[in-house]
Unconditional design. Structure first.
Length: 214
């Protein structure tokens, strides 16, 4: 995956021959894109029973993939403001032992995002941006110890995301991008029999994408 991202970056930077000749490009208008990249989910599970409190944490990496639509307007000669919405899936799954002889698993499902971004045109074909907004992630949680406390369920988590990235105009209609996103989901509390579980989930993503302006 790292080799893929580095290759994408090299292609975006080293292809001036394909860059657009339109000197007044402002990275504005409607757009749509597809992207894929590195996904890391970190979870901390706090389990409370009659015997006391146990805390377990771990992270797992996988691949994320999805698409995004957006619209950008110029608010100054070198500054843009835009809105976007996206959806993606992931292969990321993490399992950990809490008390011994048991297994708690957290698998990333679909993720929906919506937010705003502020872009700064460094030079005509290159835009860097900051972004932030709302996230809703589907996470599948399971717990098994061979007893009556076993369960499996899916839960939608609300949260927020922050990020930054770079967009390179390959032509007046086609662009490539590199993007980093941090997501913090709301805590998830669950009581199963005499066990109470509290889960805190964070997410880090680095992706590369190709998009089209209309």
């Amino acid at each position: 995956m790292k080799k893929y991202l580095l290759t994408m970056a090299a292609v975006l930077v080293a292809t001036p021959a394909f860059a657009q000749d339109d000197s007044d490009s402002t990275f504005t208008g409607p757009r749509g894109e597809v992207h894929a990249g590195y996904d890391n989910v970190h979870a901390k599970v706090t389990a409370t029973t009659n015997a006391g409190v146990t805390v377990a944490s771990g992270s797992k990496s996988g691949v994320s993939y999805g698409g995004e639509i957006g619209y950008d307007v110029a608010i100054a000669p070198t500054v843009t403001l835009g809105a976007y919405a996206g959806i993606e899936g992931a292969s990321t799954k993490d399992c950990t032992e809490i008390f011994g002889g048991d297994e708690a698993c957290l698998k990333a499902g679909r993720s929906i995002t919506a937010g705003a971004r502020l872009g700064f045109k460094v030079q005509d074909p290159l835009l860097i941006y900051l972004k932030g907004g709302y996230s809703n992630g589907r996470l599948n949680v399971s717990y098994a110890n061979g007893g009556t406390n076993d369960f499996r369920l899916g839960r939608n988590f609300d949260g927020f995301h922050l990020g930054a990235g770079a967009e390179y105009a390959v032509t007046s209609l086609v662009y490539g991008k590199l993007d980093y996103t941090f997501t913090q989901y709301d805590d998830f509390d669950l009581a199963v029999g005499t066990t109470k579980l509290s889960t805190n989930v964070q997410r880090h993503q680095v992706s590369a994408g190709v998009g089209f302006r209309f």
